[in-house]
Design a protein around this ligand. Sequence first.
Ligand code: CDP
Length: 226
Amino acid sequence: MNTKKIAIAIDGPAGAGKSSISKVVANELGYLYIDTGSMYRGVTWAVLDSQIDVKDQVAVEALLPSLNLTLEPTATACKVYIKGKDVTSLIRQQQINDNVSTIASYKGVRQYLVERQQEMAAVGVILDGRDIGSVVLPNAELKIYLTASVDARAKRRWLEVQGTSNEQTLDEIKKNVVSRDEMDKNREESPLVCVEDAVVVDSSNMNFDETVAYILNLVQETINHE
Ligand code: CDP
């Protein structure tokens, strides 16, 4: 069996399951998993914590050099640190969901984070986000565009937040998912696109295990062809 390690890029819209699927696939393969969305969320947390106006691009970008944003990928999560503080759980709050796509539309923010992502990337790695196949890892051996219908994605997010402090109605979640997709697809700087050489995986009618198995199969096929 060919055991060559490759780089895998997974992009797709909000709530498609990229993070949870990538984590399990990376564990199965013994690969490093880098959740790039958590870095955009980390910057958003720092902006809100500093009481900077999210719409003030100049002030947001001026904050970047002082952030010392680091990512510590572990087997169970990508831990995010800002100035040494572990913000991993804080970046999942609703306020972050509501503001992250504005922060992610800023050129300076993207440059700052893409540089860090490329420094961490090598072979034997899975990166997930919106611009991985197009900008961060344009030479990745396998590119996947993981998607699902808006209803399926909103329902999954809704199930995830049941019983947590982030509980919301299905309708509220659907609105956030739709508005983030709109912003991510229509922004000027590296918008969410499905690149030509990506394999589209529509998981609307696949459960979690089926999606993981499908992607593991794509990885094996890619390695066999290398
Ligand atoms: O909620 P979900 O897991 O789908 O999103 P995420 O991966 O945590 O990313 C949060 C937000 O960060 C996205 O809606 C994008 O606005 C932004 N993002 C980006 O612009 N580029 C990336 N490579 C990753 C995330």
